[in-house]
Design a protein around this ligand. Structure first.
Ligand code: NI
Length: 187
């Protein structure tokens, strides 16, 4: 088990387009170790997801997982551990939804941005098997956030800067309305 430091905004690795992995690359001990480190680090800091750029490696690997009762995001619906390699996202329909996001690479900041309400995500799992899944609501937002990382995009690029808030100020002024609004997405 290896919990690694998460790279902070300002490091150029977060702005690089991560490169695709071959099946041979996926099977290599180095990449399998990177995947384990992504999972261990994500769990240690209670993230909803983590991309390889955030561990300083510009490779197209990201993990998503929301445990029941995640202390950082108690309002997010649970998502089983998903390891995605070379993921691609296709929006399903035109409908957008405003989501409040944050990022482990951007300390103490939250902001509102538009995400596709429903998406199709295709990727390879850690055994190199093809996966094809549909996601919706906050979960779709989380997948879009992680795939953005692999393209060198951070949530602050897409957010309305006028909605930026620290976690404390979000809790005080925005949280109640946001949680009420997103609860309707899941039903
Ligand atoms: Ni992030």
């Amino acid at each position: 088990m290896s919990v690694r430091d998460v790279v902070a905004i300002g490091d150029p690795v977060l702005r690089r387009r991560a490169r695709e992995l071959s099946l041979q690359g996926i099977a290599s001990p180095q990449i399998q170790r990177l995947i384990d480190d992504l999972i261990d680090t994500k769990r240690a800091v209670h993230g909803a997801g983590l991309a390889a750029n955030q561990l300083g490696e510009a490779l197209r690997v990201a993990v998503v997982e929301v445990e029941e009762g995640n202390p950082r995001y108690p309002y997010k619906p649970p998502v089983p551990l998903t390891v995605m390699i070379n993921p691609t996202i296709e929006p399903l329909g035109d409908e957008m939804v405003e989501i409040n996001e944050s990022c482990l690479s951007v300390a103490d900041l939250r902001g509102n941005l538009q995400r596709h309400l429903a998406i199709r995500v295709r990727y390879l799992d850690r055994l190199g098997r093809e996966r094809d899944e549909l996601k919706r609501g906050l979960t779709a937002g989380t997948f879009q956030h992680e795939v953005d990382h692999l393209d060198g995009i951070l949530f602050v690029d897409r957010a309305d800067p006028r909605t930026f808030a620290t976690w404390e100020q979000f809790d005080r002024h925005q949280r109640e309305e946001f949680v009420r609004r997103v609860a309707e997405l899941e039903s």
